[in-house]
Design a protein around this ligand. Structure first.
Ligand SMILES: *[C@@H]1O[C@H](CO)[C@@H](O)[C@H](O)[C@H]1NC(C)=O
Ligand SMILES: *[C@@H]1O[C@H](CO)[C@@H](O)[C@H](O)[C@H]1NC(C)=O
Ligand SMILES: *[C@@H]1O[C@H](CO)[C@@H](O)[C@H](O)[C@H]1NC(C)=O
Ligand SMILES: *[C@@H]1O[C@H](CO)[C@@H](O)[C@H](O)[C@H]1NC(C)=O
Ligand SMILES: *[C@@H]1O[C@H](CO)[C@@H](O)[C@H](O)[C@H]1NC(C)=O
Ligand SMILES: [Zn+2]
Length: 387
């Protein structure tokens, strides 16, 4: 009797929590995205290749760009993905090459005085210094072919393949005078173009390719920033994932907050309090906000929009917005840690190589870092004019 009472109470609780989840329109776990169950995983380790400061470019990626925030610093994350089962290694995005000014079609840009780079090394040097033989890298994946992602492929062995989106433009200078790729970015490497046209999987509406065929590593079609822009979804434990978001968006405030995100990750009390006066109510509003007193909990949409100005970094702002919405649904879910290529809010919080990101969920890393962008001491804080 007591036993069956317990059972039915558990059962009632289960039904109730299901109903609550449905009422919130929530994705409660990776299952709800259509991702198949699997016990196969990959290991993911992160490098920050370089910190690049671009003067006068903020308006080209975020709206609004507030007075005093015309300069933006971009870290450049590069990811080592290891599939132990097959003993294969992939490198997702490479950051910038160590000598960009030597590329003729980039030199004008680098000599214009608007770019500052702290001293840095090629990812190939960082890998070798870390004891990772370049001969062990089976393929490089470029989320897209911008100079801050393609590194210097001539420093990889020719046995390392190159994987790109189907619509990725790999025309080279000088044949195409506008191109920022040069012949040595491609020479000798076997190039594989991803084809999503017949992809049978889709997660949160993103077409997906199961790279190793075992559910450990998926590539997702996220066009917009450039045609062919590709995101990776790495299963780091059977039930948790790291989303390698490339340039789907650049600033955490382009994805956060959203109602579902706030339900899963309520803003910590100290930031809730601090942001009342720190966030400028001349630029940001929500229905619970009074002049001079910003209210986070009632903010129903992300702080920052993707720039759609003529010089926007987003080649197609409309498609970019659709890809962003889909990635933001992962961001709001507790099974996914989203790491875009230049998210500076993470720069001092994510574990770097040789550490692994695999344990992010158990270590509650996401809870620790998702609101950092709103902390005035974080370089991602762009929510109040400074002059
Ligand atoms: C997306 O996947 C779901 C199953 O998860 C399927 O029902 C749906 O038809 C798929 N949509 C497309 C466009 O492939
Ligand atoms: C980037 O900046 C961070 C914070 O100042 C610093 O710790 C890191 O060493 C820098 N990385 C590179 C490659 O310059
Ligand atoms: C190069 O850029 C110029 C200026 O944006 C444009 O008019 C021209 O069509 C481009 N050429 C190619 C080959 O894309
Ligand atoms: C790779 O191939 C390119 C083009 O065939 C060649 O120029 C280069 O020397 C090769 N590099 C290595 C390390 O074999
Ligand atoms: C996709 O499917 C269509 C129809 O079956 C076929 O004609 C086409 O060759 C396929 N494309 C690829 C890249 O497999
Ligand atoms: Zn980029």
């Amino acid at each position: 009797m007591a036993y069956s009472n317990t059972l039915s109470r558990n059962r009632r609780l289960q039904v109730l929590s299901c109903l609550l989840l449905l009422a919130g329109g929530a994705h409660a776990s990776y299952h709800d995205f259509g991702i198949p169950a699997s016990r196969a995983t990959v290991d993911v380790r992160v490098f920050n290749v370089a910190n690049m400061t671009l003067t006068g470019g903020t308006h080209a990626f975020i709206t609004p760009a507030l007075p005093g925030h015309e300069s933006t610093t971009f870290p450049m994350y590069s990811f080592l993905v290891e599939h132990r089962q097959s003993n294969k290694r992939l490198q997702f995005d490479l950051g910038i090459r160590s000598d960009p000014e030597t590329v003729p079609s980039l030199s004008a840009f680098f000599n214009a005085g608007i770019i500052h780079l702290e001293p840095y090394e090629d990812i190939t040097t960082l890998l070798q210094d870390g004891g990772i033989a370049l001969s062990s890298i089976d393929a490089v994946i470029w989320s897209h072919a911008h100079f801050d992602h393609v590194g210097d492929m001539s420093k990889f062995l020719n046995t390392t393949g190159l994987i790109i989106g189907a619509a990725t433009d790999i025309s080279t200078y000088p044949e195409n005078l506008n191109a920022t790729l040069v012949a040595s970015d491609l020479a000798g490497h076997h190039i594989t173009r991803l084809d999503f046209t017949n992809a049978t999987l889709n997660f949160s509406g993103l077409k997906a390719i199961d790279y190793f065929g075992d559910g450990s590593f998926y590539l997702l079609d996220t066009p917009g920033h450039l045609p062919g822009h590709t995101t990776a979804l790495a299963r780091v434990t059977p039930t948790s994932f790291v989303v390698l978001g490339g340039d789907t968006f650049h600033h955490a405030g382009q994805a956060r907050p959203r109602p579902q995100f706030q339900k899963t990750y309520p803003c910590p009390a100290h930031l809730l309090e601090e942001s009342k006066s720190a966030v400028s109510t001349d630029y940001f509003w929500s229905h619970g906000t009074r002049i001079g007193v910003f209210d986070i909990p009632s903010r129903a949409q992300q702080f920052l929009a993707l720039s759609d100005l003529p010089d926007s970094f987003y080649a197609d702002p409309v498609k970019s917005q659709v890809s962003l919405e889909k990635i933001a649904s992962f961001d709001a879910d507790p099974d996914f840690l989203v790491v875009t290529a230049h998210d500076i809010s993470l720069r001092s919080s994510i574990p770097y190589f040789p550490a692994y990101t695999n344990g992010w969920k158990a270590s509650r890393l996401k809870e620790e870092l998702v609101w950092n962008f709103l902390d005035q001491s974080n370089p991602a804080f762009v929510f109040s004019p400074t002059n």
